[in-house]
Design a protein around this ligand. Structure first.
Ligand SMILES: [Zn+2]
Ligand SMILES: [Zn+2]
Length: 390
């Protein structure tokens, strides 16, 4: 089976790459807010409004306020109430349609979105459910910009576009029971505003349909973090789940970047109290004898503090002291303890600062993906479906 799949994959690499058709995705927006009242205003194009699936005769360029009222939504303009409905759909009439949305209750910043908005009342009747029905590629461009920031090398945007598309297609059922496909929070992928960077949109178009798969043609879990400090982690060492592609690799590209090094100092007392309270039995029996410091992580990334028989995972020390990473040495300086750390984040998968550096050095996105994810392939999702059906 493996040989057959590899063979098919090889054929695939030489055949014409099909393009996926434009499709829509349903994203819950303002997921972390309890939305009661908000203002909708057009940013580009005109809109048709539907109340309980019937067209509402109103201004297609108007500004509207929508508020929760029991189990209904009240729709009004500045001058008058238009009506009360169970659901309201605001549909863009042009492909370029975009709108602004500002929550009044509670107050939020203005957010901008493309295409269409569907509003209903959540089953608890205490808040509105806002769903952005948007073209998939526009959504990917927005997430790419959100995750990568502005003014980033286009090759890095391309890389993020492929990873974002891979994540989306692998998680389309994540919220299906709740009436939408994906949420706008970091629980799924951060999606705060429509894309405005031309390069983000270009990168999405240039990589249209491309996703990353493992040797069994499954979409990968494209884990990433800010900075690995010089070496990434095996997924099983951090999340207890082993995969063929989330393997520890050395990375020299991130070593001079912003989050490559960090330092944190605490008192010796605090450290001793921590070991005594949190790891009491071990502290009394062993740590006191061998001494808790110095502790070096010079060669690679161990999983446990001092000795694996002590069973103190470094990720627990990281969490307990809110350290930037679990990649650190410990030295005693007078009556203080110094954590000398490297990297920022869990360390699994792609190192963002290393990947940005590589893209600035003109490495193509494929090389960057293949450095951080082991034995993976960048393929077009249409062709992938074709091979999976074989
Ligand atoms: Zn989610
Ligand atoms: Zn790195």
């Amino acid at each position: 089976m493996r040989i057959r799949k590899t063979y098919l994959l090889l054929i695939f690499l030489f055949v014409f790459l099909f393009q996926v058709n434009a499709s829509q995705v349903n994203i819950r927006i303002l997921t972390t807010q309890i939305v009661n009242t908000f203002i909708f205003s057009p940013l580009d194009g005109t809109f048709s409004l539907y109340g309980d699936n019937k067209i509402i005769n109103c201004d297609s360029t108007g500004v509207y306020q929508l508020s929760l009222d029991g189990d209904s939504i009240t729709l009004k303009t500045v001058e008058k109430i238009i009506g009360k409905y169970s659901t309201i759909k605001i549909v863009g009439n042009e492909a370029s349609a975009a709108f602004k949305l500002k929550c009044v209750l509670p107050q939020t910043k203005v957010h901008t979105y493309d295409d269409n908005l569907e509003v209903s009342v959540l089953s608890d009747k205490k808040q509105l459910l806002l769903i952005n029905d948007v073209d998939t590629e526009k959504y990917i461009a927005a997430v790419v910009e959100c995750e990568s920031g502005k003014n980033v090398n286009i090759e890095y945007y391309k890389l993020q576009a492929i990873l974002c598309r891979t994540y989306l297609l692998a998680h389309l059922n994540r919220h299906i029971q709740e009436g939408y496909e994906i949420c706008d929070d970091v629980h799924c992928q951060a999606y705060l505003n429509r894309a405005t960077e031309k390069n983000a949109t270009l990168a999405v178009a240039d990589t249209k349909g491309l996703v990353v798969v493992d040797n069994d043609l499954n979409l990968i879990t494209a884990a990433f973090h800010s900075n690995c400090g010089g070496q990434t982690c095996n997924s099983q060492d951090v999340w207890a789940v082993s995969t063929s592609y989330l393997k520890s690799v050395k990375d020299t590209f991130c070593l001079n970047e912003l989050n490559a090094k960090w330092q944190r100092t605490i008192s010796l007392n605090e450290w001793n109290n921590y070991l005594q309270l949190k790891h009491k039995s071990i502290f009394n029996d062993t740590l006191k004898l061998i001494g808790a410091t110095p502790f070096e992580q010079a060669n690679g990334r161990p999983i446990y503090f001092i000795d694996k028989n002590l069973k103190i995972p470094l990720k627990n020390i990281r969490a307990d002291f809110k350290l930037k990473s679990a990649y650190f040495s410990i030295v005693q300086v007078g009556d203080s303890i110094q954590f000398n750390g490297r990297g920022y984040g869990h360390g699994v998968g792609l190192c963002q600062q290393g990947a940005i550096r590589m893209s600035n050095l003109k490495y193509p996105y494929k090389d960057i993906i293949e450095l951080y994810y082991k034995d993976v392939h960048v393929v077009n999702v249409s062709s992938l479906n074709y091979f999976k059906q074989e």
